[in-house]
Write a protein that binds this ligand. Structure first.
Ligand SMILES: Nc1ncnc2c1ncn2[C@@H]1O[C@H](COP(=O)(O)OP(=O)(O)OP(=O)(O)O)[C@@H](O)[C@H]1O
Ligand SMILES: [Mg+2]
Length: 254
């Protein structure tokens, strides 16, 4: 069982794209829950094609709803696997932010850990109080960066705070990789952390956002979908790659 937080220094580098696709890719192997922990500007629901989730995590952690209420079971497809995963949105009226109960949030994550093997948290950028709270419940933290100097330098600040928090497990996800290996190698040297994902730049990502389907399901044979599957396999320590194509299989009973 593991709680995996996806974070970044700078905003807009691809945390939500990575969280959704990693969660779907992981669901081909194990039971997954993915949680929108961007409490102020949540949008993970849009990546899953849900416009207006009626109840969200904010309701559960502010005492407005029970723990079970913001849990949505989604179906997904990864290659020839039909899978399902738990999704917890966070859309709710801004006034609920004032009622955010940190203890209830921790309890909610523990509650999800009982329902799944891996919990993926889409954390907001930077180091706000609630972002740090989300990071504090994680077993491993993956810091997303683009290969540009401003996202790399803020990633480096986040990594030093994670070290202080004793959250050294995880790695760095290079998103929007443009094929420049040299940049990745030298940045990894500077950041001093393992590479957990190398996700290429692809037009399919914006298409998949418009379609409301993560690219792993939207275009499963594409290079960028494979990048996410490789990342999921690496996180789970899977060496023998699964056969994604061929006979259709069910990962879970619907
Ligand atoms: N690999 C990629 N190739 C091309 N475009 C990408 C890629 N990853 C993300 N994008 C684009 O970057 C934009 C931001 O992505 P996303 O919302 O996932 O970032 P974020 O880090 O969650 O942002 P925020 O900090 O606002 O929460 C989106 O328009 C998305 O389409
Ligand atoms: Mg986001």
């Amino acid at each position: 069982m593991a709680v995996i937080a996806i974070t970044s220094g700078k905003g807009g580098v691809g945390k939500t794209t990575v969280s959704a696709n990693l969660a779907v890719a992981l669901s081909a192997f194990t039971e997954v829950a993915v949680v929108d922990c961007d409490f102020v500007l949540p949008n993970l629901h849009l990546q899953f094609g849900i416009d207006n989730p009626p109840v969200g995590l904010m309701d559960a952690v502010s005492g407005n709803a029970g723990m079970d209420e913001p849990i949505y079971r989604l179906k997904a497809r990864v290659g020839n696997y039909l899978t399902s995963l738990i999704f917890v949105p966070s859309l709710s009226p801004p006034h609920l932010l004032k009622k955010f109960d940190e203890e209830k949030f921790i309890e909610f994550i523990q509650f999800l850990e009982k329902k799944s093997d891996v919990v993926v948290l889409d954390v907001s950028a930077g180091l706000s109080r609630l972002a740090v709270l989300s990071l504090s419940v994680a077993d491993e933290v993956h810091v997303v960066t683009n290969p540009d100097i401003s996202s790399l330098s803020t990633a480096s600040k986040v990594l030093s705070v994670l070290n202080e928090m004793d959250k050294a497990r995880g790695g760095v996800v290079f998103n929007r990789y443009d094929g420049e290996k040299r940049v990745v190698e030298s940045s990894l040297g500077t950041l001093g952390i393992e590479l957990s994902g190398l996700i290429r730049e692809s037009k399919l990502i914006s298409e998949s956002w418009e379609a409301g389907v993560p690219v792993v399901s939207y275009k499963p044979k594409s290079g960028v979908a494979k990048d996410f599957i490789v990342m999921a396999e690496k996180i789970l320590g899977i060496r023998n790659r699964i056969k994604l194509y061929g006979k259709l299989r069910l990962r879970f009973d619907w």
